[in-house]
Design a protein around this ligand. Structure first.
Ligand code: FES
Length: 104
């Protein structure tokens, strides 16, 4: 069953940045876009076990720290070699200064 979980405070993530959030044995990446919206994806790259929170946010792109694979963190779409499997994304909402993500 899906549940909304508080991932972090709004102020924990700078604009155009990403942080790691671990919950229930899973790991996620929480993004704040340059236009001040929040997004969430699986934390690990779909190619190997590199955490995307160690990567670089550029506009709507997250660049993996390991082989520089790129994903659109808003849609999860892999943007080409070396990554070809899309990232899973999660619904996000902001409530009372907290960033909430919906996890199943
Ligand atoms: S582990 Fe992410 S691109 Fe290689």
């Amino acid at each position: 069953m899906a549940e909304w979980v508080a991932a972090c405070a709004v102020d924990d993530v700078d604009e155009e940045d990403v942080i790691r959030f671990d919950h229930g044995g899973r790991s996620f990446a929480i993004y704040r876009s340059p236009d001040d919206q929040f997004f969430a994806t699986d934390g690990f790259c779909t190619r190997e076990k590199a955490h995307l929170a160690d990567g670089l946010v550029m506009d709507e792109i997250i660049e993996c720290p390991k082989h520089n694979g790129r994903f659109n963190y808003k849609t999860g779409q892999a943007k080409g070699a070396p990554v070809c499997v899309n990232l899973r994304t999660y619904p996000v909402k902001v409530e009372a200064g907290k960033v909430m993500i919906e996890i199943d």
